[in-house]
Design a protein around this ligand. Sequence first.
Ligand code: NDP
Ligand code: GDR
Length: 343
Amino acid sequence: MARKRALITGITGQDGSYLAELLLAKGYEVHGLIRRASTFNTQRIDHLYQDPHDPEARLFLHYADLGDGARLVTLLSEIRPAEVYNLAAQSHVRVSFDEPEHTADVTGTGAVRLLEAVRLAGIETRFYQASSSELYGATPPPQDENSPFYPRSPYAAAKLYSYWITKNYREAYDLFAVNGILFNHESPRRGETFVTRKITRAVAAIKAGQQRELFMGNLDSVRDWGYAPEYVEGMWRMLQTDTPDDYVLATGVGITVRDFLQTAFEHAGLDWQDHVRFDERYLRPTEVDALVGNPKHAEADLGWKASVDGHALARLMVDADIAALKCAGTPWVDRVDLPSWVA
Ligand code: NDP
Ligand code: GDR
C-alpha cells in the first residue's frame, strides 16, 4: 500500500517539529516548507533529516513562503498530499503590534493562499488550520467552541480571518477542513521569546551564575498551558474523523504568569522575587487577561486529553534548559544525559 503523504507548513517551528516526528513514527512520508534564510533555521528538525538520495528517506523539505501563492500551487500539485497541516505563521502576539500588516499577510492571508492552492491543484486532501485561543481575547473563561470571539491583537485578528476562511472552504467546496483552536502549549523547543521559555532559560542561566536579572511584563495574565507533543497528537486525530469539525485543545486549568515564575524558580532552588524586574516594553497595547479552555468536545470525539499541567511543564522545561546549558560547550559528552524529548 502506498505511504500516506503529509505536508506541513511551519515545520521548522515548535509544533511542526513535533508533528513531523509523530507522522514519521506513524509511517507517513512528510513534506515540509522551509524559508530561505541567511542562517540555518532547521535546528528543531535536523535530527529527523535524511539525505533525500537515501531510498529510505521519508522527510523532504521544500523552499516556500506563505506569501508566495504561485509557489504553493506548484508544490501542492507536485506533492499531492493526503493531509495538509497549516502551522506557519508570524506567531508572536506582541510582535504583531510592531508588524501588523506582515502578520495579516502571513497569519491571515497565508491560509487562503494555501486553501486556494489545494483547490487549484484539484487534489483530495484533509486540511488542518492552526487556530488559536487568542481568538477569544476579551471573552471571559472558560472558553469552548461556542464562545464568542473577541480578538485583542493584530495576530488574533489575522487568526480570525484564517479561522473563518477555513470554515468557509469547508462549507463552500466540501473540503475536509478543520480548525484546531489550541490553547497555549509549550515545550523545551518553545521559541525563546515566549514567556514560558524566556522564564525557564533565565532560571537555568541564573542558576549557572551567568545572569542576575530577568525583565518581564504583565505577570497577572492567566494562561492554560499544556505540553506541545500532546497537542500535535490532537491535530492528527482531528484529521482522522469521519466528518470535519472544529475542536478546542486545552488542559482546562489556568495559572498566572506569576505562578509559572514561582514554580520554575523554586524548582531550581531560587526565589523569583530576588531576580525578576518589570520592563514596560513587554506590555501589549491590549492584553488578553485570561484564557482557560474547556476541551470536552475533543475528549468526547477524539479521545484526547492533556496530561501535563502548567506546573509540571514549568519543571520539565527548567530541567531541559539546565541540561541544555550544561551541554552547550561539550555537546557530544553531555548529550547522553538529556531526557529523550530534548532534541
Ligand atoms: P512557531 O513560531 O514556533 O513556528 C512558526 C513557523 O511558521 C516556523 O516554522 C516559521 O518558519 C514559519 N513561518 C513564519 N512565517 C512564514 C512564512 N511567511 N512562510 C512560511 N513559513 C513561515 O509557532 P508554533 O510552532 O508555536 O505554533 C504553530 C502554529 O500554531 C502557529 O500558526 C501558531 O500561531 C499557532 N498556535 C500556537 C500555539 C502555541 O501555544 N504554540 C497556540 C495556538 C496556535 P521559520 O522557522 O523560518 O521562522
Ligand atoms: P501568548 O504567549 O501571547 O499567550 O501567545 P506569550 O508567551 O508571548 O505571552 C503569555 C502572557 O505572558 C505575558 N508576559 C510576557 N510575554 C512575553 N512573551 N514576554 C514577557 O516578557 C512577558 N511578561 C509577561 C504576556 O503579556 C501574555 O499575557 C501564544 C503564542 O504561541 C500564540 O501564537 C498562540 O496563538 C497563543 O499563545 C495561544
